[in-house]
Design a binder for this molecule. Structure first.
Ligand SMILES: CCCCCCCCCCCC/C=C/CC(=O)SCCNC(=O)CCNC(=O)[C@H](O)C(C)(C)COP(=O)(O)OP(=O)(O)OC[C@H]1O[C@@H](n2cnc3c(N)ncnc32)[C@H](O)[C@@H]1OP(=O)(O)O
Length: 263
């Protein structure tokens, strides 16, 4: 993978007071420990500055995020893997549980962890094109953690979520729109950001405390479930990494990605 140039995230505040958080880890914004740490710090910054809303997007022209960095899971140093996993949990808790308004301008592919980040926002606009979005873990021979599943069940009907999760379904933009996995499509990134801003402006006349408490209450179930089971969730992840069959599946998957990239 190409060497990193520049910061892993960019956090800017526009004239309307909306924070734009841009992931910037070329080539595909795969979520390694350092990127997750930077996303976490930016989410803290947005919360601390009492910014009213945030739009999550990517600097890549074709990938929102490729999900978790497979190299964090392949033959890992277990101490780092533990920190990696707890950092991912923290990012999800901060984003899914945030009191400020969140929207994702999905300007490219959003598999697995990329889909999770976007589903953790309150609104999703995806750029039209040959991009796909979904939780594809079972195709890799791995099982999405319960909180990934909860997040999907919070986004689309449970029957559709079960079908999508078990079949590792990657949705096209039109299919995602039809099932409600995304809320709108857009012609390009600028249009996606505009549409996210239009969503954010819907709250101009809604008292912010009432909005925030309502959001937190409706999201309470999945959040409490992870908070109560964090250690077990981490232990399951580490146990999974120690399983030779899983390591073999990951190795084959990495090879297939590399072969595809070399074509
Ligand atoms: C059995 C019971 C167990 C019970 C307990 C379970 C508990 C454990 C839970 C564990 C859960 C773990 C959860 C994981 C969630 C994830 O997020 S896994 C990651 C899944 N992601 C993917 O599958 C995406 C793979 N990537 C792609 O499909 C494509 O790259 C793309 C569509 C995103 C973009 O395509 P394109 O623009 O054509 O780029 P490429 O040429 O494919 O890639 C460029 C470059 O990037 C490397 N790469 C791509 N994705 C990743 C990644 N996710 N991680 C690391 N690296 C990645 C790719 O290999 C290329 O590298 P090189 O240039 O060849 O070096």
């Amino acid at each position: 993978m190409a060497a990193q140039a520049g910061p892993l995230v960019d956090l800017s505040i526009d004239n309307d007071g909306i924070a734009i958080l841009t992931m910037n880890r070329p080539p595909v914004n795969s979520l390694n420990l350092e990127l997750l740490e930077e996303i976490g710090k930016s989410l803290d910054e947005v919360a601390k500055n009492k910014t009213k809303s945030m739009i999550l997007t990517s600097s890549s022209p074709s990938v929102f995020s490729a999900g978790l960095d497979i190299m964090e899971m392949y033959k890992p140093d277990l101490k780092r893997a533990e920190i990696f996993w707890t950092t991912l949990q923290d990012v999800w808790i901060k984003l899914f549980g945030s009191s400020y308004i969140t929207a994702a301008a999905i300007n490219g592919h959003a598999p697995a962890g990329g889909c999770l980040l976007s589903m953790s926002c309150e609104y999703r606009v995806m750029v039209e094109g040959k991009y796909t979005i979904g939780l594809n873990e079972t195709a890799l021979g791995i099982v999405a953690p319960t909180w990934f599943m909860d997040t999907m069940c919070h986004t689309i009907p449970i029957r559709q979520a079960e079908y999508a999760l078990t079949t590792a379904r990657m949705f096209t933009v039109d299919e995602a729109l039809q099932v409600g996995l995304i809320d709108e499509s857009a012609s390009d990134k600028a249009d996606a950001i505009d549409k996210c801003k239009k969503f954010i402006r819907k709250f101009d006349k809604i008292p912010s405390l009432a909005r925030a408490v309502t959001k937190q209450k409706i999201r309470e179930g999945p959040l409490v479930r992870l908070q109560k089971n964090r250690q077990q969730d981490t232990a399951e992840f580490l146990g999974f990494l120690k399983n030779p069959k899983i390591q073999q599946s990951l190795e084959m998957y990495i090879q297939s990605l590399k072969q595809k990239a070399a074509k």
